[in-house]
Design a protein around this ligand. Structure first.
Ligand code: GAL
Length: 327
């Protein structure tokens, strides 16, 4: 009997928190500079995310040297405690052009189950944003080293602000602001996620950028901004049952400057009690490019509508998915 009790105690100690149904509550505070676990300022702007094995991997622009951004990677179990994984793409090293004639914006990370490769898509730019290209980097390990797969205009289409979206069936897409900021282009990717195969034009002549997509049931919700450089503007929502067509007319969401942010990503937290979506955006130039803040808050979607729950502080339970705004 005593032996059984000891065995049970030992098992309980070995169990992960989630298996015990315990909460994993975290308070997220907005508007402050994030520090990593080594005490350094987190530099990962225009961030892209990948959730794997209980960790969030975040990659983004290192604006420490404003106009020559490397790409940094961090990992965290709770979006608050960030461990620096490394510079996964380095100026002057990963490719000779990078940091010389070229710079990277909005790097986004995908994992391709079919090839076992990690794939980075990003905006690959030159002087005065004239190049209007994208670049693709690949690695066998999440933390790199990443190597350039190719760079150029996807399907010869001028492409700037960008994001990626991986659908439930594994099909991945690159979505970017195309043809001198006129339209959004939704590029269907090859099975290995490295090539653009086709392009659907969305929101023609409506000049949208910073697109971020979430799938809720059988509906896709897209948030996007207007093109006003580093200045924030009105975030708008559209939804559709299909990624390639049928997007509803854009409607305003949040306040007129989206709480001084521009969208970078939408995260999905699959909790035991609810699925929660978190908006991640950049508060650019706060006051300079290197001090731009990453802002996170809950967003709810349903019935073709969405509500942005901006708060300076909120608490989220990563086990259950429940959240509440704090005073
Ligand atoms: C914004 C864009 C950023 C960056 C900036 C440069 O519109 O979202 O990623 O390109 O312009 O002015």
């Amino acid at each position: 009997m005593k032996k059984n009790l000891l065995l049970l105690l030992a098992l309980l100690c070995l169990m992960p928190f989630s298996a015990m149904g315990q909460s994993r509550r975290t308070v997220i505070t907005n508007g402050v500079l994030w520090k990593d676990t080594a005490g350094n300022v987190v530099q990962a702007h225009g961030a892209g995310f990948l959730y794997q094995n209980g960790l969030w991997y975040m990659i983004g622009e290192d604006r420490g040297d404003s106009w020559r951004p490397d790409v940094n990677m961090y990992s965290s179990p709770d979006l608050v405690h960030w461990t620096f994984v490394g510079k996964i793409i380095k100026n002057g090293e990963t490719t000779p052009d990078l940091g010389q004639r070229r710079f990277i914006e909005r790097p986004k990370l995908l994992y391709c189950a079919k090839t076992g490769q990690y794939v980075v898509w990003c905006h690959w730019e030159g002087r005065n944003y004239g190049a209007s290209e994208a670049a693709v980097f690949v690695s066998e390990q999440v933390g790199g080293p990443y190597r350039l797969h190719h760079a150029g205009r996807p399907l010869d289409i001028k492409s700037r602000d960008c994001n990626v979206f991986q659908d439930a069936d594994g099909q991945a897409y690159f979505i970017s602001t195309i043809e001198e900021n006129q339209h959004l282009g939704l590029f269907r990717l090859s099975d290995d996620y490295t090539e653009a195969l086709s392009c659907n034009i969305l929101f023609a002549h409506q000049s949208r950028e910073a697109p971020a997509i979430a799938r809720v049931g059988d509906t896709y919700y897209m948030l996007s901004s207007a093109c006003t450089g580093w200045d924030p503007n009105q975030c708008k929502l559209s939804c559709s049952k299909s990624l390639t067509e049928g997007w509803s007319p854009l409607v305003n969401v949040g306040d007129s400057i989206c709480y001084d942010t521009q969208a970078a990503s939408i995260l999905t937290i699959n909790g035991s009690k609810q699925t929660t979506y978190l908006y991640v955006g950049d508060r650019w130039m706060d006051p300079g490019l290197p001090e731009s803040k990453t802002i996170i808050f809950p967003v709810t979607f349903g019935d073709g509508k969405c509500e942005l729950h901006y708060a300076e502080r909120f608490e989220i339970d990563f086990e259950t998915g429940e959240w509440k705004i704090l005073d």
